[in-house]
Ligand binder design. Structure first.
Ligand code: ME8
Length: 661
């Protein structure tokens, strides 16, 4: 028996420093689509995802919340897993960098690199903030001061371990510029890496830290913690059992077929990771793919920029498949793409409800109406049939080549081009006219059979993207499991000639744009959602986890615009956590006007009881909104700090209801 070909695909392991958002869904969905597609093709697939749980940022967040780092990450990792389950992610393995076997492997890898002479002990020189016990590089300083606390920094030196990255510069450049190999894609990223990082000179990389303890200790010198990126990148091999006993499929799946990620971490994957593997004498992954960013209001959608959109809400409202389809259809892979509720609804209405949904419901309805649900076997062909079937037959190869090159949006556009063609074929063949003439029964059956076959092929090719709804289509068009295999998408004429269809529900109901936009703007836009407590996008947190471009400034306004805001002081009478929400607190305020209730998404940053009796500032004339079934009559102001959101407080002791101007 010949062994199955393997396909190993990975997402980045995500930081559990905040809950997952649409940006994380994007990469994970792209990988899921490929994993499903390869499984359908018969590959033995290993699809790995996980979480990158160590580092100073997590340590600080946990301490701000008064929990251990492990407790802190456990909660967020559970949310990642819940989301992946909700949106149908079929990962085969989930690695957490806090898993014992991974920690053990990382220690062995570090020691191995040391023994091989690729890691050496040296001295790290940088700017040091004494109270924070943190080293910063010159470029991280803000106005020459500590970016965390704003205090003076001093020149300092510290013993640290270094990886001889510099000695790999030539080999890495050769790897990246080998066009045939296409190790890093899209090509534009290669130029960026070579011109910005390699040609200016690769320096040895500091791979240990002593300023915090939440990480993997260097086994032979345990006051040092292994640099998070060495810890994190190693996940791709430790998850297969490299240097550990937990798994034993390293030789089966490595080298990875593709490491998928967004562009901001391509540098770590295309320069540091291959160098580490070269030093370990381990083969390199076949491909690194760096896609673009989902942006919102001009910035990368990200945890610390506050502009996150809640994928649970979108999945609940429009269905998992619609969300999956929209993300993969709308974003040209490789380029950035703005997320917009309007675009999403337009796309769902036009492609799913109109084109695909109508094709299916019209076809099934006609077979039911004209033939009582079962086609007669006699056929009568015309040239136009061949025009449609030729396009359907060519589709599989087009989809495959676009999936293989990560052009999901092109693959999907091609399928929908053929679906539109089929809708036009209905108009051209006018089955309702054929139905009036009993002598045209064979012709009518031929037309309907062509439509059913088109739907069958299109739905197979769409199934890696929309795995939940396609089986319902197959049920309606009378296709057995055998007829919906990937390989059968390359043939036309697979449904039995006397196929029987079944009535079904509308798969993709039309969405009322105006109503939905009003709803979504209320709950999802960056104004005070559960995920974004203040409505004001926060600045990127400084430190080791960059979160994208600086925020764009908002347009200038006039004093009259500001005067429209009724800002007031309120005294907190009571404050409680909102049930089934880990973000929202429900405040009852003395507002000097008889009292009101306001919800604010700051539950992660405060204990409700500590807020009772304190003063806050709130917007008094914001239209009321309902969240989790509770009405919120205004917005309490807070601002982002490196430790999370903090309330804005008035000084002195103003009376409740006092105006803020
Ligand atoms: O970087 N648009 O974790 P992370 C598109 N732990 N993709 C986005 C996105 C957006 N707006 N926001 C996030 C880390 N992503 C490290 C990785 S790997 C060894 C260690 C996706 O939680 C995208 O894949 O910041 C991006 O590269 C990743 O999430 C960053 O996740």
């Amino acid at each position: 028996m010949t062994e199955k070909k393997t396909f190993y695909i990975t997402t980045p392991i995500y930081y559990p420093s905040g809950n997952p958002h649409i940006g994380h869904c994007y990469t994970t969905l792209a990988c899921d689509c490929l994993a499903r597609y390869k499984r359908m093709q018969g590959f033995d697939v290993m699809f790995l995802t996980g979480t990158d749980e160590h580092g100073q940022k997590i340590e600080k967040k946990a301490s701000a919340e008064g929990v251990t780092p492990q407790e802190y990450v456990d909660g967020i990792v559970a949310n990642f897993k819940r989301l992946w389950e909700r949106i149908g992610i079929t990962y085969d393995r989930f690695i957490r960098t806090t898993d014992d076997y991974h920690v053990e492997s990382v220690q062995r890898i570090f020691k191995d690199l040391y023994d091989r002479g690729y890691i050496y002990k040296g001295e790290y020189a940088g700017k040091y903030c004494v109270p924070d016990e943190a080293f910063w590089t010159e470029s991280q300083l803000v106005d020459g001061k500590c970016p965390e606390c704003g205090r003076e920094v001093v020149d300092a030196r510290e013993e640290a371990y270094f990886f001889r990255l510099s000695s790999f510069a030539d080999r890495i450049e050769a790897l990246l510029t080998d066009e045939e190999k296409a190790f890093l894609e899209p090509q534009s990223r290669v130029n960026e890496m070579v011109n910005n990082f390699i040609r200016p000179g690769l320096e040895d990389l500091c791979v240990s830290r002593t300023s915090f303890s939440w990480g993997v200790p260097v086994s032979f010198d345990d006051k040092h913690i292994v640099y998070v990126w060495i810890d994190a990148l190693s996940n791709y091999i430790t998850a297969l059992g490299y240097d550990n006993e937990r798994y034993s499929d390293f030789s089966q799946y490595w080298p990875a077929d593709v490491h998928m990620m967004a562009k901001e971490i391509v540098r770590f994957h295309s320069i540091i990771w291959p160098a580490v593997l070269m030093a370990l004498d381990v083969p390199l992954p076949k491909k690194i793919y760096g896609h673009g960013w989902i942006t919102f209001n001009g910035s990368k959608m990200g945890k610390s920029t506050g502009n996150v959109i809640d994928p649970f809400i979108l999945a609940d409202r429009y269905g998992v498949d619609a969300l999956r389809y929209h993300l993969l259809r709308e974003m040209p892979f490789g380029a950035d793409c703005a997320f917009s509720n309007e675009l999403m609804i337009t796309r769902l209405n036009s492609d799913l409800a109109n084109d695909l949904g109508n094709l299916l419901s019209r076809t099934v309805a006609m077979v039911l109406k004209y033939f009582d649900g079962t086609l007669p076997v006699a056929r009568e062909y015309e040239a136009i049939d061949e025009d449609l079937s030729a396009q359907v037959l060519a589709l599989q190869a087009t989809v495959e080549s676009n999936f293989e090159s990560f052009h999901f949006s092109v693959a999907l556009a091609e399928v929908f081009r053929v679906i539109s063609r089929a809708n036009k074929y209905i108009d051209e063949t006018a089955p309702w006219v054929l139905a009036k003439d009993a002598a045209k029964a064979a012709r009518l059956a031929t037309v309907l059979y062509h439509l059913l076959e088109t739907i069958r092929v299109a739905s197979i090719l769409l199934s890696p993207v929309m795995p939940n709804t396609m089986p319902e289509i197959w049920r309606q068009i009378g296709a057995s499991p055998e007829m919906t295999k990937w390989s059968s998408a390359g043939n036309f004429g697979i449904l039995t000639p006397d196929v029987t269809v079944s009535k079904g529900e509308v798969l993709f109901p039309r969405i009322d744009m105006d109503k939905e936009i009003e709803y979504l703007n209320g709950i999802l836009a960056p104004a005070a959602t559960e995920s974004n407590p203040t409505g004001t996008p926060a600045a990127a947190a400084p430190g080791e986890q960059p979160e994208g471009k600086p925020e764009e400034k908002k347009p200038e306004i006039l004093i009259d615009d500001f005067a429209k805001l009724d800002l007031r002081v309120g005294k907190v009478l009571s404050c409680e956590a909102v049930k089934k929400s880990d973000k929202l607190l429900c405040f009852s305020l003395d507002d000097g006007m008889g009292g009101r209730q306001i919800l604010s998404g700051i539950a992660q940053y405060y204990k409700p009881e500590e807020l009772v009796g304190t003063n806050v500032i709130f917007i008094a004339n914001l239209a009321p909104r309902t969240m989790r079934g509770l009405v919120s009559e205004g917005m309490i102001l807070s601002s982002a700090t490196p430790e999370g959101y903090r309330l804005i407080r008035p000084e002195g002791d103003p009376l409740p209801g006092a105006e803020v101007s």
